[in-house]
Design a protein around this ligand. Structure first.
Ligand code: FE2
Length: 196
């Protein structure tokens, strides 16, 4: 496991957050960094790659101390899917293992939710996006019904603390705060193992 890659991402992303003058600018600058991170699958700690038979998991890998961004390992069990939901902060999805499919939704003037465009399939190395300024509502599923999939999510805030919504297709919304699946965050700052 090459934690250096994850550490380097966090350092670069912190510099991006320091330099960006707007959320769209930060999102645009983050995209190639996330693409680099998911281009190789040798860095994700095993503890953040474990599926759960009941429900998809969201492991926090890093949260910026100022909550300007966070990085999450999203682990799908076979056939699992989310409800239709929003984010209310920008997000980039980098596919690491397996495959997932995202169905975009939009609200009609009558308030119902309807599918808005073609489902988007992400394969390892692909990057998807959501944002409050375009395409914030979707439903996502593991495309594989016989094995886990993992995508790495970068959000423009502390997504586990954001008060956001799930939706029924009739437009009925429910407020939720996702939290994270587990209290364990990899220790990026302990270099004792590098002596080996
Ligand atoms: Fe989402």
């Amino acid at each position: 496991m090459n934690l250096n890659r994850l550490r380097a991402f966090v350092v670069s992303m912190t510099r991006v957050a320091d330099a960006a003058s707007s959320e769209p600018e930060m999102m645009a600058a983050a995209r190639p960094l996330l693409a680099d991170l998911v281009a190789q699958d040798d860095w994700l700690p095993e503890a953040a790659a474990l599926p759960d038979p009941e429900r998809y998991r969201q492991y926090l890998l890093h949260c910026d101390p100022a909550e300007r961004f966070c990085l999450v390992s999203f682990v799908w069990g076979p056939g699992q899917k989310t409800p239709i939901h929003d984010h209310l902060v920008w997000g980039l999805i980098g596919m690491l293992r397996g495959a997932e499919v995202s169905i975009p939704y939009t609200r009609t003037t009558a308030g119902a939710l309807i599918q808005d465009g073609e489902p988007e399939v992400l394969k390892p190395g692909d990057i998807g996006a959501v944002s409050p300024w375009g395409g914030d509502i979707h439903q996502v599923a593991n495309l594989l019904d016989d094995q886990p999939s993992i995508s790495i999510h970068l959000y423009g805030g502390n997504i586990g603390a954001v008060r956001r919504h799930t939706f029924g297709t009739d437009g009925a919304e429910k407020t939720f705060i996702s939290g994270y699946s587990c209290e364990t965050v990899p220790n990026l700052w302990d270099r004792s193992r590098e002596l080996a």
